[in-house]
Design a protein around this ligand. Structure first.
Ligand code: PGA
Length: 242
C-alpha cells in the first residue's frame, strides 16, 4: 500500500487526476472504476479541466461502484445523475461506455449478474477510485461484508444513511438498500486509488492502513492488494503513526 499525503483537498484531487491522466495517455481505451460522494468532486473538476486542455475520453470505459436501489437514473440523488452532473456531461465520453448499476432494475439478482459480467467482458478495471466511509466502508460494503462478496444488493448501515441524508430532503428519503460492487470485485481491479480528506475520516484511514485486516473494517482488505495507493489530505492522515 502506498500512502501519499497532500497538503489539502485541492492537491489530493490533482494527484488523483494525475494518475488517471497518465493511465489514459498510456492506454486511451482504459477502463476506469469511479466513485461518488463528496470526496471525488474535486477530482472530477480536475479531469474536466484536463479534458478542456486535450485529455481524450472518447475510448474510455467506466464502471461506477454503486447505485441506490429504487431510484431511477434521472432522480437527482441517484449516482447516475451525480456522474452526469460532475463528469460525464462535461467530457467527451461515449454514453455506451458508461456503466452504473440500474437502481430501477426489476430483478436485482439479474442486475448484479449483468454488472459483474459486463465488467469481465470489458477486460476488468484498470484503475478503481474509492472513497471511504467514516465506518471504513468501501463502495456500500459495510462492516461485516464478506471479503468474497461480488456485486450485490446490500443494506446500508444506519451511519451511512445518516451521512448521506444531506443529499436528500429528509433522512427517511434515503434508500435503505443499494447495488454495490463487492469486496472481491474491488480487489480484482488492477490498481486502486483511495481518496480521503478531512478529520472525520482519520480513524477509518488509520484502521484501514494500520489495523488488522478484518471484515469489520472493509477498507483494511486493501492492505492485501498489490497496487493500491491512498491519497490523503493532512487531516485524514492525522492518526497515522508514521
Ligand atoms: P464521501 O463518502 O465522499 O461523501 O465522504 C465516501 C464514502 O462513503 O465512501
Amino acid at each position: 500500500m502506498q500512502i501519499k499525503i497532500a497538503k489539502d483537498y485541492a492537491e489530493m484531487s490533482r494527484l488523483a487526476a494525475d494518475m488517471i491522466s497518465r493511465l489514459i495517455e498510456d492506454r486511451p481505451d482504459a477502463v476506469l472504476g469511479l466513485a461518488t460522494g463528496s470526496t471525488p468532486v474535486g477530482l472530477y473538476e480536475e479531469l474536466v479541466k484536463r479534458h478542456k486542455a486535450g485529455l481524450d475520453f472518447s475510448r474510455v470505459t467506466t464502471f461506477n461502484l454503486d447505485e441506490y436501489y429504487g431510484l431511477h437514473g434521472e432522480h437527482p440523488a441517484s449516482y447516475n445523475y451525480y456522474m452526469w452532473e460532475h463528469l460525464f456531461g462535461k467530457i467527451n465520453i461515449s454514453q455506451e461506455k458508461v456503466n452504473l448499476p440500474n437502481g430501477a432494475a426489476p430483478d436485482p439478482e439479474e442486475e448484479c449478474r449483468r454488472y459483474e459480467d459486463k465488467i469481465a467482458a470489458a477486460g476488468g478495471i484498470d484503475l478503481q477510485i474509492l472513497g471511504i466511509g467514516s465506518n471504513a466502508h468501501i463502495g456500500f460494503n459495510e462492516p461485516g461484508t464478506p471479503f468474497g462478496s461480488v456485486t450485490s444488493l446490500v443494506k446500508l448501515a444506519p451511519a451511512t444513511i445518516q451521512a448521506n441524508a444531506r443529499f436528500f430532503e429528509r433522512e427517511e428519503d434515503v434508500p435503505r438498500k443499494a447495488f454495490s460492487m463487492g469486496i472481491k470485485s474491488i480487489m480484482r481491479c488492477r490498481s486502486i486509488v483511495l481518496l480521503a480528506n478531512g478529520e472525520g475520516k482519520a480513524d477509518a484511514v488509520a484502521a484501514a492502513v494500520q489495523g488488522p485486516v478484518t471484515e469489520e473494517v472493509p477498507a483494511s482488505v486493501l492492505q492485501l492488494h498489490p497496487n493500491c495507493t491512498f491519497i490523503l489530505d493532512e487531516a485524514a492522515a492525522k492518526k497515522l503513526s508514521c
